[in-house]
Design a protein around this ligand. Structure first.
Ligand code: DX5
Ligand code: ZN
Length: 226
């Protein structure tokens, strides 16, 4: 996985048909998805439960692009090896998930994956300041994690600008997660984000048997960014 700063759309399978992940991933990639975003929730760090490493391993053969695994779990460290073995390209952990995020990021890279650091809406950009040489991606949550389809929190846009400045010339992606659609995407791209996660704004109106809306929805997001 080489670094690429162009805008990438990462559909979140949280908004896909949970009974049909393999076909959903293939459909959305055929329609132009750049990465596949996989939301892992534990019912403890966030108030919702999705799935774990065995589901990630099962969907891996269907992902031709990048499998971007967002861990909304605490603790993180005992499970890093399992998600790496499941084939994650990127593993993102939350700074709020435990006292030793520095160690967690080292362990993610040590397991052969790109390391992502996620910041909740209530966490300032400065929380990433000491970690910039240990991360390949910073995920700015623009909703409180746990559910798709929530309202975008506009006050997080300034954090993206601050992070891009802190990152300087390092090869670090800024990913946005939550409420990305054609109205918010241009603000985020202008602030310096390059990976746009979108669940409801990509999957709405389509299905495996009618995937064209997935392509149209992603085109609408891309076209909103000039
Ligand atoms: C929220 C998840 C997101 C979610 C985004 O906790 O991390 O990835 O799926 O959903 P939308 O795009 O619908 O806000
Ligand atoms: Zn996510």
């Amino acid at each position: 996985m080489s670094f690429d700063s162009s805008i990438k759309i990462a559909p979140s399978i949280l908004a896909a048909d949970f009974a049909n992940f393999g076909a959903e991933i293939e459909a959305v990639e055929d329609q132009g998805a750049d990465w596949i975003h996989v939301d892992v929730m534990d019912g403890h760090f966030v108030p919702n439960i999705t799935f774990g490493p065995s589901t990630c391993a099962a969907i891996r053969p269907h992902v031709k692009t990048v499998m971007d695994v967002h861990l909304m779990i605490a603790p993180v460290d005992p499970y890093i090896e399992d998600f790496a073995k499941a084939g994650a390209d990127v593993i993102t952990a939350h700074v709020e998930a435990g006292p030793h995020i520095h160690r967690t990021l080292q362990a993610i890279r040590g397991a052969g994956c790109k390391a992502g650091l996620a910041l909740n809406p209530g966490t300032p950009a400065s929380a990433a300041a000491e970690l910039l040489d240990l991360v390949d991606l910073i995920c700015v949550m623009t909703v409180n994690p746990g559910f798709g389809g929530q309202k975008f929190i506009h006050s997080c846009v300034g954090k993206v600008t601050e992070l891009r400045e802190l990152i300087g010339d390092r090869d670090v992606h800024i990913e946005i997660d939550g409420g990305v659609d054609p109205t918010t995407a241009p603000l985020l791209a202008a602030a310096g984000a390059d990976v746009l996660v979108a669940g409801s704004a990509v999957f709405r109106g389509g299905s495996v048997s009618n995937p064209a809306p997935y392509g149209a929805n992603m085109k609408a997001i891309r076209d909103s960014i000039i």
